[in-house]
Design a protein around this ligand. Structure first.
Ligand code: SF4
Ligand code: SF4
Length: 172
């Protein structure tokens, strides 16, 4: 009886070895999906939908669209955003809020995108630059508004768009 069990055990082991070898050979012949990072940096394609770093786009005049309303800060579930502002007097004697600092902490962000979708001015977006590893934690705190930047004048922008639209209409 023991001898039969012994022989049966050998066959079971051989069957399982053959099963393993079939998987191994199949994998040897299928196309490779692994990438040689970072050697492939230049050709690496990262999806546009990948949320990596929160940024505030600035135009060629160093102007952005952030009105310092603080909605992104209020909606952030993690307290990852800090918006500080100050008040200035405009030429027509009115008070106007301007952005001092828009700070975002890479270290505590969960990339939920709530700040981006609730911003009424479309002033912030996520880029897909995934290489955010650092040796110094203090560098995880990013200031999104550039030094010396200011709010884009929407009225001026609208009137420019309006003028060019009218011009295009006339030419058509
Ligand atoms: S993505 Fe989410 S967690 Fe990150 S800053 Fe925006 S709201 Fe906060
Ligand atoms: S980024 Fe948008 S939501 Fe946040 S303070 Fe600026 S305008 Fe307001």
């Amino acid at each position: 009886m023991k001898f039969i069990q012994y022989i049966g055990g050998i066959f079971t082991a051989l069957r399982s070895l053959a099963g393993g070898m079939i998987v191994t050979w199949k994998e040897l012949l299928t196309p490779k999906v692994t990438m040689e990072y970072p050697e492939n940096r230049k050709t690496l394609v990262i999806s546009d939908r990948w949320r990596s770093e929160l940024i505030m786009p600035h135009d060629e005049n160093n102007e952005h669209a952030c009105t310092a309303c603080g909605i992104c800060m209020i909606n952030c579930p993690n307290g990852t955003i800090q918006v500080t502002s100050s008040s200035i007097d405009t030429e027509d004697g009115k008070k106007k809020k301007i952005l001092d600092k828009h700070l975002w902490d890479y270290g505590s962000c969960t990339f939920c995108n709530l700040c981006v979708i609730t911003c009424p001015s479309d002033a912030i977006i996520f880029n897909n630059d995934f290489e955010g590893a650092l040796f110094d934690r203090s560098k995880l705190l990013h200031r999104l508004n550039h030094e010396g930047s200011k709010l884009r004048d929407r009225k001026k922008e609208a009137s420019t768009l309006d003028t060019s639209a009218k011009k295009e209409n006339k030419e058509a």
